[in-house]
Design a protein around this ligand. Structure first.
Ligand SMILES: [Zn+2]
Length: 275
């Protein structure tokens, strides 16, 4: 029986495409596969993708995902953007993730530090350029079918990824926090309502770090998050266990005056599988 008893994921409707508009530069042509999480930052393994809305909430039922033998992938950007803007900066993401994994392991193995955070020197522009690029690419191929249009939320992010270091200065804030989970989570855009404050947010999370983009000055982020400034020369990650319940944000329990709204095809969870 096994898999036959499971519902099929809607994600399978969002992966087939040959040509389309690149979700970074907008040009029309052949699209190439982007690994999210990027190669080098995690051990590439067999994974399954589903939509976040299929596995969150009280009605979640077993679901059969889209399988990939070599990591979670999205065919939504052109080859030039993939190699020039993302590939060139993925090395910095890989370096930070490897170093952070070492520090986190040491922290929880020895618990000898009197500090509750770890810090790593990093190139904020290169790190954020790659992470934001992967946020833009991790979505449904259906976004590549329509003509690109300028939007206040995505256009500055696209310009930043394509090399304009100041493009998001007045439009977006960036945050990161410790992410102690083995599934990967990408949510290209969702709206979060928190006690009267409505904010558009993007999240890309894979062990051991979550990264989020928000509208400037709206300030919705989980407890324990650290703001990332593009002029920073170090990354700070708070490892206090008190923040763990919020680390899966937005895949967390809402309480009080809080609400989430998202397009199901834009929020994808992938997790390692054995066969
Ligand atoms: Zn492109």
């Amino acid at each position: 029986m096994g898999d036959f008893t499971k519902r099929l994921t809607e994600r399978r409707m969002h992966t087939e495409i040959v040509q389309g508009h690149c979700l970074i530069c907008g040009s029309y042509g052949r699209l190439s596969w982007d690994h999210v999480p990027p190669q080098g930052s995690i051990t590439i393994s067999k994974v399954e993708q589903v939509h976040l809305t299929e596995v969150m909430g009280i009605d979640a039922v077993p679901i059969k995902g889209v399988k990939s033998p070599n990591g979670s992938k999205f065919k939504t950007i052109c080859r030039a953007c993939n190699s020039n803007h993302l590939g060139a900066n993925d090395q910095e993401v890989a370096r930070v993730y490897k170093k952070l994994t070492k520090l986190v392991t040491h922290y929880f193995t020895y618990a000898s530090s009197h500090l509750n955070y770890v810090t790593i020197p990093f190139d904020a522009i290169r790190f954020c350029r790659a992470m934001i690029g992967h946020v833009l690419s991790a979505t449904s191929v259906n976004e590549c079918i329509r003509e690109p249009v300028a939007t206040p939320y995505f256009t500055p992010l696209q310009k930043f990824v394509m090399g304009d270091d100041t493009a998001i200065e007045n439009t977006h804030d960036l945050y990161c926090w410790f992410y102690p989970h083995d599934h990967h989570l990408s949510a290209k855009m969702f709206a979060c309502w928190n006690a009267g404050n409505l904010c558009t947010i993007s999240v890309l999370s894979f062990f051991p770090l979550a990264f989020s983009i928000t509208e400037k000055g709206k300030g919705i982020y989980p407890s324990g998050a650290t703001k990332v400034e593009l002029k920073d020369d170090r990354l700070f990650v708070d490892l206090s266990s008190g923040h763990f319940p919020y680390s899966g944000f937005p895949f967390t329990v809402l309480s009080g005056n809080q609400m989430l709204a998202m397009a199901s095809s834009q929020a994808i969870v992938s997790y390692p599988i054995k066969d």
